[in-house]
Design a protein around this ligand. Structure first.
Ligand SMILES: Nc1nc2c(c(=O)[nH]1)N[C@H]1C(S)=C(S)[C@@H](COP(=O)(O)O)O[C@H]1N2
Ligand SMILES: [Mo]
Length: 232
């Protein structure tokens, strides 16, 4: 696993321990942004008044952002595990996932590198329904998530267990492309988009927060765009 033990400000991990093939320059640049507090406006947004969170810029294309490793995950090999502090751990094959009810959501996405994109049409599986099946234990407060490219990210369980969140298989009526995380990615639209892992493999419920790839590099534990929770 990555070296996530460096205390803030003292030799943060940079690309040390990052998955092989990681775009070193991108990681260093984004880590420097966190150290410098780039893009911060200092103004809290009001989601009831403004559609665009503070410091964001609207785009109409859909940028691709990742560590540079875009794993080819065949549907036959796709599998989603929900484990850790749950009464009924799940390990679902693609066929088992596809047998579940498919739901649709439309939402806006906000990347911490400043772009936002409105009205994304997703189809996929309800995260809340899957969590209900796995039955979280009372001690479960956070989740850590792992992807096929080695990426990790963390969330409070309450932010994962929301009705709008989807494990997406489709975007705009088409199967989700590999570059955007197909065949299966999480979409958590109320937080910055780095909290939405592409090529997701595992969701583990844990008692205490455990920082993920960007979080150990200065990015926020929670990442609410309305509060500009860009950096820790
Ligand atoms: N597995 C994985 N998921 C990931 C990332 C990644 O590098 N690997 N990057 C995150 C970041 S920083 C962003 S902004 C979004 C970008 O998703 P997109 O490429 O579909 O726009 O994916 C997030 N999920
Ligand atoms: Mo991002």
């Amino acid at each position: 696993m990555t070296d996530d033990t460096a205390p803030p400000g003292t030799g943060r991990p940079d690309t040390a321990g990052a998955p092989e093939g990681t775009r070193d320059k991108l990681v260093r640049t984004k880590q420097r942004w966190a150290e410098e507090g780039r893009l911060l406006t200092g103004a809290a947004g009001d989601p009831l008044r403004d559609r665009l969170p503070p410091g964001q810029r609207l785009v109409t294309d859909w940028p691709v952002l990742d560590l540079g490793i875009q794993p080819a995950v065949a549907e036959a090999a796709a599998r989603l595990d929900i484990d850790g502090l749950v009464e009924a751990p799940l390990s679902l094959s693609w066929a088992e996932l596809m047998a579940l009810p498919q739901e649709e959501r439309r939402n806006d996405i906000h990347c911490v590198t400043q772009w936002s994109r409105y009205d994304n049409d997703w189809r996929g599986l309800s995260v809340a329904a899957l969590l209900a099946r796995a039955r979280p234990r009372a001690e479960a407060r956070f989740v850590t998530m792992e992807s096929h490219d080695g990426y990790t990210t963390n969330l409070p369980l309450a932010d994962l267990d929301r009705p709008e969140n989807l494990l997406a298989t489709h975007w705009d009526g088409e199967p989700l492309s590999r570059q955007h995380g197909g065949p299966l990615r999480l979409v958590v639209p109320h937080l910055y988009f780095w909290k939405s892992p592409k090529w997701i493999r595992r969701i583990t419920l844990i008692p205490e927060d455990r920082l993920g790839f960007w979080e150990v590099r200065g990015y926020h534990e929670r990442g609410d765009p309305w509060q500009e929770e860009r950096y820790s």
